[in-house]
Design a protein around this ligand. Structure first.
Ligand code: ASP
Length: 341
């Protein structure tokens, strides 16, 4: 019998309307069990634990990723799989962060939530929760877990966590993995794409990490971006990493002041990573002069990474106190299937 731990962090799935303000607020985990009697019908051992108090995922912080990683690591041997209930707003950040923090994960960690609270009649939460539990418990004929990575399950799709992005503030199909196919689709059967699933290196032991450094910032390029604004960013105390969200295949305006600032940041040991504002596709800085100038200024390629994947990977690598050159080297390698190099 599979044993599953459900970790409730907060989010719409477990919220209900405050009768006075009409705003959605978190409710107690005990309600979750009461409102999903189907949980009792699984032939699995299911345990629950929760953040106390639960948080709206807009309040998510690296310290909570550490808390989650610890909760999973502390009882890693006791369970066959983990289901994390999480608000949708920052779910893709948490999934990405955990994918790096839980190195050589040998069990499923399935993150899910919902767009409508589980108490609502038309909720998408039950479907998401029940299928996530099934995926977390699924094993092959040899009794090995089918999924050995951090995933997001949402509206019939299982996606690699560090490849997903929230794309819809309203519809039930809230997440997409634009640059990597879905790992499974849930219909009458759950159909896994076995050849797409991430496998830790053979014989590698599970190794949790608990250090993140958030001295990073995202700088989105747009027509009319002012020099003094970029200067202000560059002067931020303690800055260690900049994620540049550029145009198309990694292009930025050809302003000498911009290249000069980037060159100086790079020389000062700040890691500069280029990702595209497009939801699909990859960065190729040598394609146009507008990208090449960035490469020459020391900006490194973020390939087809999501914003969530890049920010959390930078925090993870910087958190381990690696020198800038080593951070750059590792940013250009896939650590948990987050980029296609
Ligand atoms: N604000 C909520 C959260 O992210 C939204 C949701 O759960 O869908 O916690």
């Amino acid at each position: 019998m599979s044993s599953i731990l459900i970790i409730y962090t907060g989010g719409t799935i477990g919220m209900m309307e405050n009768p006075e303000t009409g705003a959605l607020e978190n409710f107690d985990l005990a309600h979750l069990r009461r409102h999903v009697p189907e949980l009792g019908r699984f032939q699995y051992d299911i345990d629950f634990t929760a953040f106390d108090p639960p948080i709206d995922s807009s309040d998510m912080e690296p310290k909570y990723w550490v808390k989650l990683a610890r909760m999973i690591a502390d009882c890693y041997d006791r369970y066959d799989g983990f289901v994390v209930l999480h608000g949708t707003d920052t779910m893709a950040f948490t999934a990405s962060a955990l994918s790096f923090m839980l190195e050589n994960l040998g069990k499923p960690v399935i993150i899910t939530g919902s767009q409508l609270p589980i108490l609502k009649l038309r909720t998408d939460g039950k479907e998401n929760l029940l299928t996530s539990i099934e995926i977390a418990a699924d094993k092959d004929e040899a009794g090995r877990p089918i999924v050995t990575e951090v995933c997001i399950f949402f509206e019939n799709r299982l996606m690699r966590g560090n490849r997903t992005t929230k794309i819809n503030a309203e519809g039930f199909n809230a997440f997409r993995s634009h640059n990597y196919p879905a790992l499974a689709k849930a219909g009458i059967h759950i159909r896994y794409e076995h050849n797409l699933l991430y496998r830790p290196p053979r014989g590698a032991l599970f190794k949790p990490h608990f250090l993140m450094d958030n001295h990073v910032i995202v700088l989105t390029i747009f027509p009319g971006l002012r020099e003094e604004y970029v200067h202000a960013v560059a002067r931020m105390p303690g800055l260690k990493g900049v994620v540049l969200k550029t145009y198309g295949s990694g292009n930025a305006p050809q302003k000498p002041w911009l290249i000069d600032i980037l060159r100086r940041l790079n020389a000062a040991g700040v890691v500069l990573v280029n990702i595209t504002q497009c939801s699909q596709g990859t960065v190729e800085m040598h394609r146009y002069g507008t990208g090449l100038q960035l490469l020459q200024a020391g900006v490194i390629n973020g390939y087809d990474s999501t914003l969530e994947g890049t920010v959390t990977k930078l925090m993870f690598l910087l958190g381990h106190g690696l020198p800038a050159d080593e951070v750059k080297r590792r940013m250009s390698r896939s650590l948990a299937g987050e980029i296609t190099v």
